[in-house]
Design a protein around this ligand. Sequence first.
Ligand code: NAD
Ligand code: ZN
Ligand code: ZN
Length: 438
Amino acid sequence: MKAVVWHGLGDIRLDDVPEPTIEDRYDAIVRITTSAICGTDLHFVRGTMPGMKEGRILGHEAVGVVTEVGSGVRNLRPGDRVVVPSTVACGTCSYCRAGYYAQCDNANPQGSRAGTVFFGGPEAAGGLDGLQAEYARIPYAHVGLVPLPDTVDDAQAILLSDIYPTAWFGARLAEIGDGDTVAIVGAGPIGQAAVACARLQGAGRIIVVDGVSDRLDLARDQHAETVDFNAEDPVEAVLELTGGIGADRVIDAVGVDAQRPSHGPAADALREQAQQFDHEKDEAAPAQNPDGDTWVPGDAPTLAARWAVRMVAKAGTVGTVGVYPPQVQHYPFGEAFMKNLTLKLGNCNHRRYVPELVSMVATGRLDPTPLITRWTGTQDAIDAYGAFDRRETGWEKVALGVAGDGSVAPGLGETAGTGTATTAGTQGGMAAAGGPSA
Ligand SMILES: NC(=O)c1ccc[n+]([C@@H]2O[C@H](COP(=O)([O-])OP(=O)(O)OC[C@H]3O[C@@H](n4cnc5c(N)ncnc54)[C@H](O)[C@@H]3O)[C@@H](O)[C@H]2O)c1
Ligand SMILES: [Zn+2]
Ligand SMILES: [Zn+2]
């Protein structure tokens, strides 16, 4: 089968690899109809998340059809259409039972303290092959896989694999309550999804910070207030927009690949800290292999964290879902302490939120469709990775149409814009073309 395979930093390829087989009685095999590329995948290729093994299939987002189940899987049959949550968890241990699926005691073969298990990640994350492939082996399938009604199409469902659950989790971490003013740092797919999730959780006002204009446009389509960090100092802008108080809640949806502003007052203000960020960059990405302007690690690994702590109100909350790997050692701890902040962070407990999100989409309360700005066939996956990595205009969230057979083609334009928390009011120039079967 075809799969996107990690060979080294700056080196991913579309390879022919063997199809997976059942290895454990709780396994299932899923034939993938739609997959997607995530900002997390970029960390592995840029060098800001270490520990990848050559030959590992990438990807942790998928929708597909079950083709085979192990003897322990009693709730699914071949033919069932499912969404695959990105993290893997046993469903039995005390952590899973309490909803902390990302801290499962049993899923990681390296032991209960080894860390979150997810598809297509480093060896420390369980060493599982990923979902940017025609077929995938899903461990603990009886717990992980979430069945899909055909009223939820592939374009909607693929965003429920990782993007919306993480954004929902980020909004929960930020403790959003009725009427809160929420700032979201980062307008990538996670930041965009966080707009709808924050709104559904009660946010009164939503401010989105990024430096890429078409991403800010998409946030404005969702009627978030936008701040361009290359035009304004984002901390000053948020303070001004909030009467000098700051945002009640902040979500960091950037993580370790944060970039410095290239110009504007924020760039001027940071010039004196250049050396510190250079040092942090060496720490965050000790090895890297950029190809021109592609696969370049962020040059200010803790900048989003610093801005988050500065733009939040006293006694406010910062929820961090942007990824910071273990080698990142800096955080504005003293500033956070002096403001009596609440800080919450970590890997999403996907399985806790996916079923509810499926039901929210099925009932029309949430329509994630407009977030997908590109559909690409698997044959073009490597080029698509590059365009997404460079944040090229129109490459916000990239879905990979793997197989038309068994997919539910997106009903683009029909339901978009109708839910109370749709991701965009209009599809404007960002409309996705085609779909998994196109
Ligand atoms: N915690 C989890 O379980 C989980 C799950 C999925 C993704 N993530 C992480 O969430 C983060 C975002 O993912 P994504 O798919 O949206 O990635 P992405 O790379 O598309 O988005 C990052 C965005 O941040 C912007 N940005 C860069 N520097 C910035 C700065 N200084 N201030 C504000 N914005 C800045 C970029 O322009 C980009 O739009 C990644 O770190 C990803 O690994 C975490
Ligand atoms: Zn992801
Ligand atoms: Zn568990």
